[in-house]
Design a protein around this ligand. Structure first.
Ligand SMILES: Cc1cc2nc3c(=O)[nH]c(=O)nc-3n(C[C@H](O)[C@H](O)[C@H](O)COP(=O)(O)OP(=O)(O)OC[C@H]3O[C@@H](n4cnc5c(N)ncnc54)[C@H](O)[C@@H]3O)c2cc1C
Length: 289
């Protein structure tokens, strides 16, 4: 970050927003693990948000939500939330946070950073999509004294515009899933410990062979992780095994993945089908008990 001229370590959200209002192009820095890799000439003003009290993992029983502060590190998710019960939803966050990177990076990298960068194959962002996450964002230009709360899928679609206005992600909220629901994660990578090329997270409940509350999210097949709403709808309240292959074929053939040195578009599309199928079958099997 050779061009940094101003460094501000803020201690309140108001202070961060005030600075963003004056300089919307300023770079927020939380864990710093992604920012240090950016071109130094792009970064002149840094607002360090790591001291903000946004590192809590809490149950909001009144609204039936799990609330995660934006400064919660990936490793905090891996280690679990103190005395909070290790529910299937928390377990999938734990598994996918672990899959993000090695321990040194996980100790620094935050949830806010993962959402702001929204890497195409991010296992954690893929899991958050399957958990119906919502994102609370303060924008410097807004005149209200409240953050906007957006479904994660909507946030990801407009992420570039929202962040370009000067925005601070403060919380991620997850509706506490019905305890009968189960989750599963699968991925392909170059090595067993490597970051995925393509990954899938599925969630569902299952009763008498009928699947419900289906969520299927994929990483590595678009610019950011995505959900497959048509597939989810096509399976909802149906006998899973009778509909899975047909609905999956139609959903996967509509994908238009990127090609790069890790995998061609054809390979990614093929893997998306295999992984989504495995993940939903594993989640359904676990939910059936
Ligand atoms: C060696 C190495 C390996 C890595 N491997 C991976 C990997 O495998 N997969 C992967 O996805 N990433 C990887 N990363 C990138 C990085 O670790 C992740 O993207 C991480 O989630 C970023 O979190 P952070 O807190 O460090 O973000 P920072 O670096 O602090 O910030 C990253 C971006 O997010 C913005 N930002 C951060 N917090 C907020 C907030 N609360 N509100 C609004 N904007 C915010 C910043 O302004 C900045 O633009 C790697 C990085 C390194 C150095």
């Amino acid at each position: 970050m050779l061009n940094v001229r101003e460094y501000h370590r803020v201690s309140s959200i108001e202070e961060a927003l005030e600075l963003l209002r004056k300089q919307p192009a300023a770079s927020l820095v939380s864990g710093g693990t992604a920012l240090i890799g950016e071109s130094p000439e792009n970064i002149e003003t840094v607002i360090d948000i790591s001291a903000l009290p946004l590192d809590q993992i809490a149950l909001d029983r009144e609204h039936n939500l799990l609330t995660l502060g934006a400064n919660v590190t990936h490793q905090m998710l891996v280690e679990g939330a103190g005395d909070l019960p290790l529910t299937p939803m928390f377990e999938i966050l734990c598994t996918t946070a672990h899959a993000m990177s090695g321990l040194n990076i996980r100790n620094r990298a935050t949830l806010g950073g993962a959402l702001a960068t929204a890497d195409s194959a991010s296992p954690l962002v893929t899991a958050l999509l399957a958990c119906d996450a919502e994102v609370s964002v303060w924008t410097a230009s807004a005149s209200t004294d409240k953050p906007r709360t957006l479904p994660l899928a909507g946030f990801l679609s407009y992420r570039a515009q929202i962040l370009a206005e000067g925005a601070l992600i403060t919380h991620i909220r997850l509706p506490l899933a019905d305890p009968a629901m189960r989750f599963a994660y699968d991925r392909v990578a170059r090595t067993p410990r490597d970051y995925p090329i393509v990954c899938a997270v599925a969630r569902c409940a299952m009763k008498d062979g009928i699947v419900g509350s289906v969520r299927i999210a994929l990483g590595g097949v678009a610019a950011t992780p995505i959900r497959l709403p048509a597939l989810e709808l096509g399976l909802e309240k149906k006998p899973l095994l009778d509909f899975l292959d047909r609905e999956l074929l139609s959903a996967i053939s509509a994908l238009n993945p990127p090609s790069d040195w890790l995998g061609s578009a054809e390979y990614r599309r093929e893997m998306a089908g295999v992984l989504a199928r495995r993940a939903i079958l594993r989640a359904a099997q676990a939910a059936q008990g």
